[in-house]
Design a protein around this ligand. Structure first.
Ligand code: IPE
Ligand code: IPE
Ligand code: MG
Length: 241
């Protein structure tokens, strides 16, 4: 007999690798940044679809620690887009009850952008309808390394006994310490890899790879992918009873 615990109705936390902006633009004979702008416009409808789908936490990959390898023009265009996006979307996120958080290393981001990120986190701190986390200059390995550094400091200062360190201890030092682990990770654009996204947290996530390029990913398609999750059997290493 199916156990209710094995077939959850909706994923509580969905994480998305929003990929394919560049190819979307190139296929139209446009510069890559045109695709990034089109991609940014898609975010709102996906966020707004969450409450009805029962998705409480949404985490989106906006810029990876490896994306600095792109041309200076693309990187600075993306940074400008992030600043514009935060300015433009702040009020609607606030009014829609979205609590915004950022994960990733802020040290390499420019001061204006970091200030906007702090302000948006503060503005939306009391919202509870949807928890939107934006991964900006985020890399899973970098996050674990930064967490380890902070943990090592605590050990060196005598606050933590190294013998007590386990997976839970380390998890408390991750950028995501207040978030549940993702239940479902979606990647658009047909690539079947995780590209350094939420490595630690996705240990038992379900994955869904879709061919659609991110600027074409609609709320309808998001809904279909989320619904398909309900049919999956998760075992977490145990033998189903
Ligand atoms: C994802 O789209 C957005 C970012 C990485 C910032 P891409 O820019 O990677 O698009 P493709 O993969 O080149 O098509
Ligand atoms: C992952 O996409 C990063 C984001 C979506 C922000 P990439 O396009 O950077 O990943 P690779 O290079 O194809 O693995
Ligand atoms: Mg890509």
């Amino acid at each position: 007999m199916p156990n209710a615990k094995d077939t959850p109705a909706a994923p509580r936390h969905v994480a998305i690798i929003m990929d394919g902006n560049g190819r979307w633009a190139q296929s139209r004979g446009k510069p890559r940044l045109y695709g990034h702008h089109a991609g940014a416009k898609r975010v709102r409808e996906v966020v707004e679809a969450c409450p009805d789908l029962g998705v409480k936490y949404l985490t989106i990959f906006a810029f990876s620690t490896e994306n600095w390898k792109r041309t200076q023009a693309e990187v600075s265009g993306l940074m400008k887009l992030f600043r514009r996006y935060l300015t433009k979307e702040a009020q609607s996120l606030f009014k829609n009850g979205v609590r915004v958080r950022f994960i990733g290393d802020r040290i390499k981001l420019d001061d204006t952008l970091v200030r906007m990120m702090d302000e948006l986190e503060l503005l939306t701190a009391d919202n509870t309808k949807v928890h939107l986390t934006i991964a900006l200059n985020y890399g899973g390995r970098d996050e674990v390394a930064r967490a380890t550094k902070r943990l090592a400091r605590e050990v060196a200062q005598g606050h933590i006994d190294p013998e007590t360190v386990d997976a839970e201890t380390l998890a408390r030092f991750l950028d995501t310490y207040v978030l549940p682990d993702p239940d479902l990770v979606i990647r658009t654009s047909g690539e079947a890899r995780i590209s350094n996204f939420l490595l630690w947290q996705s240990a038992y996530a379900e994955y869904e790879f879709v061919d659609t390029l991110w600027p074409d990913f609609t709320a309808d398609e998001f809904g279909r992918v989320v619904h398909s999750f309900a049919g999956r059997k998760r075992r977490f290493g145990a033998v189903p009873g």
